[in-house]
Design a protein around this ligand. Structure first.
Ligand SMILES: [Zn+2]
Length: 275
């Protein structure tokens, strides 16, 4: 997970008006106790724009979406309902969602199905669990959950938002690709811990993908180190590594971590602005 800049200028033409229209209709439905309808966020141009902004990668796990799956337009704050923390079983206690944010540009991300949809998947310990952000949106204090836009600022979300938070401050990678909450002061980051848990950032298949990615990155690093130690130009290997450090590449947060760990002593002789 990396920080991503989402400019207001990226909002597709007509999207804000369509969102406002939908919100007006939903307010009427809400008053009459009828189920709300959401569709404005499914604007195909919006999805194209979001895919561009997130470089066709999942906003949470950085897996490539393009060419493998359509990708989900994900609501950071769930639109319909919020499943409360610890809810398991057929009856899950819930609260109303953030309907007024259903087509709010700042609330939309792109996610892979595995991070977003609740599915049974092998977790880091190979035990099958239901993993996926789904309609979870944990807060530091449940009592502060907003019932409308005016009280949104009181919330302290526990899920990282890549357009607001710096994931580097909350997540750390171990050398083998495992992920853990970072230390914040004397404690471990609550946001890091919750994001790993709800988005399944330590799920088994994702760990395998990162382990594969590590082999490619480490091959480049080894060749670069060998070249530097022999006073040779690292040439194409350095070019390869710089490409893998581009924010548009998969698992770039992990790549950055590997470079810091294994190239730190050589950084002086390399120009790695990407770090
Ligand atoms: Zn993902």
């Amino acid at each position: 997970m990396i920080k991503v800049v989402k400019l207001k200028a990226s909002i597709p033409p007509g999207f804000v008006k369509a969102a406002a229209r939908e919100l007006r209709k939903n307010r009427l439905l809400l008053k009459s106790g009828t189920k709300l309808k959401f569709g404005a966020y499914l604007d195909p141009i919006a999805k194209i724009q979001l895919n561009e902004i997130f470089s066709r990668k999942c906003a949470f796990c950085e897996s490539v979406i393009a060419g493998t799956q359509p990708g989900d337009v994900e609501h950071y704050r769930p639109k319909g309902k919020v499943i409360l923390d610890g809810a398991v079983g057929p009856v899950q206690p819930s609260k109303p969602g953030y309907h007024w944010l259903a087509a709010k540009w700042s609330n939309l991300l792109i996610s892979c199905a595995d991070c977003n949809r609740p599915r049974t998947q092998p977790d880091h310990d190979h035990v099958n669990r239901v993993i996926g952000k789904a309609n979870f949106f944990p807060l530091r204090k449940e009592a502060s959950r907003a019932k409308g836009p005016a009280s949104l600022w009181l919330e302290e979300p526990l899920l990282l938002n890549p357009c607001i938070d710096d994931p580097d401050e909350h997540l750390v990678f171990l050398d083998d690709g495992r992920i853990e909450p970072a230390k914040v002061g004397d404690d471990l980051s609550e946001k890091g811990r919750a994001t790993i848990r709800y988005c399944g950032l330590a799920r088994s298949e994702l760990l395998q993908m990162r382990a594969r990615h590590r082999r490619v990155v480490m091959a480049a690093i080894r060749h670069i180190v060998a070249a530097i130690e022999c006073d040779n130009d690292p040439g194409a290997d350095l070019d390869d590594l710089l490409s893998m450090l581009s924010p548009s590449e998969p698992y770039v947060a992990f790549t950055r971590s590997l470079v810091r760990e294994h190239l730190m002593d050589y950084l002086g002789s390399l120009k790695l602005d990407a770090l």
